[in-house]
Design a protein around this ligand. Structure first.
Ligand code: FAD
Length: 367
């Protein structure tokens, strides 16, 4: 029996619908009897595909099963060098947002009501799980991108290895890299991604992609199958309404140093569903990231903001220092002491030490 009389989920996006999915079996089994409603219009990501990338871990078997493609090798490239990593235990998956969200809707149908209306306050025994986007503080570093899925007229891609970051592109507007997911030898998602405080005109990302495909793959003409854009805050955000139970990006699930959030959202949604199925009254949602990861993210962000020009070298050194399994574990919040030691050793010592104090000062100001 659930300890709440009513459960209301605000926001029908990744966090809200994933939570509805994980709650559904507990409704069928009778472990949860309180009425549950999702409020808000269905996210556009449920009808227009964009890709969620993640490293497979034990709590991600369902999204992994539905993923479009997976790879056991990935690479990071700079003008100075290239590191290719491999992991059989933690392959990288690309999941179509529409496939995942529609599957969540289908699995919760008949068990969880969905209303397009504005959310309503509940009585004091009800739980409100709020996934509305939090406010983004000024001067936040943003991860902004535009990508196109293309079909090339001839086989040019190596479909066995994806490119996490290729810095061989225009670095004049901020930290800039190309992310390339090869779905076959002639189809790929190619994204121009920046870490900076300002988004760019579409023409900037488009030119970067065109130039990259021309220079690296000698591709002048290709068919554009679809386009995706996004902007993810790389910052420590406060929940939109601290009196509610914040989930998803609003509940701190975005990893500030990378913009990755999908894995944390799934972990958090599973934890909440288990708590509710066990009859617990939720008065607090666990922060999805470990303290050490948040601390490292703070210092790392501070280094990136102060020295954007050093980013390609820093990412390459980090990749050189770790094995594929270790990088995947770090990115998934599963790192252990030897991985942290290797990572810290790979960073430029002076820059890193110099940013510890400013990062802690920022933490103090964020309180
Ligand atoms: C294009 C894109 C690509 C991404 N790629 C990756 C990736 O590869 N890997 C990764 O780990 N992460 C990725 N992310 C980051 C993260 O996984 C997503 O942002 C994820 O969708 C966050 O889930 P969420 O539920 O917190 O927010 P959302 O999915 O944005 O859902 C919030 C919902 O709240 C609704 N809402 C807002 N206000 C109200 C209101 N007043 N009333 C009711 N509803 C409201 C919105 O309409 C929306 O549907 C990506 C993000 C984007 C945008």
């Amino acid at each position: 029996m659930s300890g709440h009389t009513e459960i209301s989920i605000w926001g029908a996006g990744c966090a809200g619908l994933s939570l509805a999915r994980y709650l559904s079996p507990h409704i069928s089994s009778g472990e949860i009897s309180a009425p549950i409603r999702v409020h808000g219009p269905l996210s556009p990501a449920a009808t227009q595909c964009h890709i969620w990338g993640f490293w497979q871990t034990d709590w991600l078997s369902e999204p992994a099963r539905l993923s479009k493609q997976s790879w056991q090798s990935w690479q990071i490239i700079t003008p100075q060098g290239r590191v290719t990593q491999t992991s059989q235990t933690y392959p990288y998956h690309a999941l179509d947002s529409a496939i995942w969200l529609q599957d969540c809707v289908a699995r919760s149908k008949g068990k969880i009501a969905h209303r397009d209306d504005a959310p309503m306050p509940l009585d004091h025994q009800g739980a409100i799980l709020d996934s509305r986007m939090p406010e983004i503080p000024e001067n936040s570093l943003l991860q902004h991108f535009m990508g196109i899925e293309i079909k090339a007229p001839r086989p040019v891609f190596d479909a066995s290895v994806l490119t996490l970051m290729d810095f061989r592109c225009d670095q004049s507007r901020g930290i800039h890299f190309i992310y390339l997911l090869p779905f076959s030898d002639d189809t790929a998602l190619v994204e121009s991604t920046l870490f900076s405080e300002q988004t760019e005109d579409k023409a900037f990302y488009r030119t970067a992609i065109e130039r990259y495909l021309r220079e690296v793959y000698q591709l002048e003409a290709y068919q554009i199958l679809r386009e995706e854009t996004g902007c993810i805050p790389m910052n420590f955000l406060k929940p939109r309404d601290p009196s509610l139970l914040a989930i998803g990006a609003n509940g701190g699930c975005v990893r500030p140093s990378s913009g990755y959030a999908f894995a944390s959202i799934q972990k958090q949604a599973k934890w909440i569903s288990q708590q509710l199925a066990s009859g617990h009254v939720l008065d607090k949602i666990q922060t999805p990231h470990r303290r050490i990861d948040s601390w490292l993210d703070r210092v790392f962000l501070s280094v990136l903001k102060a020295h954007p020009e050093a980013a390609p070298e820093i990412f390459l050194s980090m990749a050189k220092a770790l094995t594929g399994d270790e990088l995947a574990k770090f990115m998934s919040g599963l790192a252990h002491l030897p991985i942290y030691v290797k990572l810290i050793n790979a960073m430029p010592k002076r820059m890193f030490i110099k940013q510890i104090l400013p990062a802690m000062r920022q933490k103090w100001q964020d309180r």
